[in-house]
Design a protein around this ligand. Structure first.
Ligand SMILES: *Cc1c(COP(=O)(O)O)cnc(C)c1O
Length: 398
């Protein structure tokens, strides 16, 4: 077993800054808000070279100095890769628009980043049974990594979750429940089980380490672009882990001197008009978002009526000079078809939402053609329903 040099020092409440000790199991902070992992960044700055980190293999595990895991035994590898940046150069010849395609990760979505870290830390801290609510992709990532580390997993999802997500999750070893309620109701059920001592609650942002996994999107993007960043990032925002994680990554990279302030992008939170609590709070100038009633959108990953990290998302968006924007399901579908037909790139609906939001922002002038843009496609398009196709051909006529 290899011990890593571990630079994790403590955890901090994302709202109050109150300190919490590392090395023991944590859920939310004492104030009921997400906890953020903190590292000895000056020691990393003094002893770690960014390019030698970037030259390692192992996908997101390569960032180990900036991750909380301390033993290689808990690094559970399922073939993680650095995900490609694909230019949309047919649709946008004169602008730089890239898709970061997270569908290439194990279990087909970027949930692998967050869950790999959350599960590894749960193992390191001695937990054995993990549970969470999910709209789809988080469940299969939890199942895969938990099974790989010999841990038990339980997943509950709304009963209209795409059957492929339910089936892939079950097949990879989780016990799966289909509930007659939305994700927040499923979350309440998981919390009740955790309070009763049945399992540990691994819900989005209710434990500190998923953010650390999602943070690697920001680290990877910076390295991939030659230690700089695009002008604008469009991110499909559900629980917001990825947006929060990337902002945290950029802060850490600044502190390390691996990026400069002028490199920082504007962060755009993209939601659906059928479920846009963050957009509404952004527009009303609020720091916390109210629960969205009657949430609906076929982009299930962003159908999240209430996010425990709402203020961290909104702070990240505002501090970066970005904004929050909602797009219709029709615009999402249209964007998905357009990118597939014209670029040969199949997006998931949530990824397509970022392209729809880009087009809308270009049309209303909030983003210009001079700005370089990265859109996040968070899952493989293959997991989602597609329009019927194929023309009948009768081989027996003549
Ligand atoms: C989970 C998920 C999202 C939302 O991600 P957050 O970081 O929780 O906001 C978006 N798209 C897909 C495909 C997802 O699975």
């Amino acid at each position: 077993m290899q011990q890593f040099s571990n630079f994790l020092t403590h955890l901090e409440c994302g709202l109050t800054g109150e300190l919490h000790k590392a090395g023991i199991v944590h859920g939310l902070s004492k104030a009921g808000k997400p906890l953020l992992a903190r590292y000895d960044l000056s020691a990393i700055k003094a002893g770690v070279d960014r390019d030698s980190v970037w030259s390692r293999g192992g996908g997101f595990w390569k960032w180990r100095e900036l991750l909380p895991v301390s033993s290689s035994e808990n690094v559970c590898a399922l073939g993680e890769v650095d995900t490609p940046l694909i230019p949309l150069n047919t649709l946008h010849r004169s602008s730089q628009v890239w898709v970061k395609d997270e569908g290439r990760l194990p279990t087909g979505s970027f949930k692998a980043r967050g869950l790999a870290l959350a599960v590894a830390m749960a193992k390191e801290l001695g937990l054995s049974h993990l549970a969470m609510p999910t709209n789809g992709n988080a469940g299969s990532a939890l199942a895969a990594y938990a099974t790989r580390l010999g841990m038990q997993s339980t997943v509950v999802c709304p009963d209209d979750t795409p059957s492929i997500n339910i089936e892939e999750t079950a097949l990879q070893g989780a016990q799966v429940f289909k509930a007659n309620g939305l994700i927040n109701a499923c979350g309440a059920w998981v919390k009740a089980g955790a309070d009763a001592g049945k399992w540990f609650d691994l819900s989005t942002l209710k434990e500190p380490y998923r953010i650390e996994g999602k943070k690697t999107m920001g680290l990877e993007l910076a390295a991939q672009m030659g230690w700089t960043l695009p002008d604008v990032i469009f991110y499909p925002t559900g629980g917001g882990t990825g947006l929060i994680g990337m902002c945290k990554a950029f802060d850490e990279l600044l502190a390390l001197g691996w990026l400069e302030k002028k490199d920082l992008p504007r962060m755009i939170a993209v939601q659906s008009t059928g479920c846009a609590p963050i957009v509404r709070a952004y527009e009303n100038g609020e720091r916390f978002a109210e629960v969205w009633q009657d949430a609906h959108t076929f982009a299930a990953g962003i159908r999240v009526p209430a996010a425990v990290g709402d203020f961290l998302i909104l702070d990240g968006v505002r501090n970066s000079g970005g904004f929050a924007i909602a797009v219709t399901d029709e615009a999402i579908e249209h964007a998905r078809i357009k990118v597939a037909r014209e670029e040969g790139l199949l997006l998931c609906p949530e990824g397509a939402a970022t392209y729809a939001a880009y087009l809308q922002s270009r049309a209303d002038g909030t983003v210009t053609s001079e700005e370089s843009v990265v859109l996040f496609n968070c899952a493989t398009g293959l997991k989602y329903p597609m329009p019927n196709a194929g023309v009948a051909l009768d081989l027996e006529i003549n």
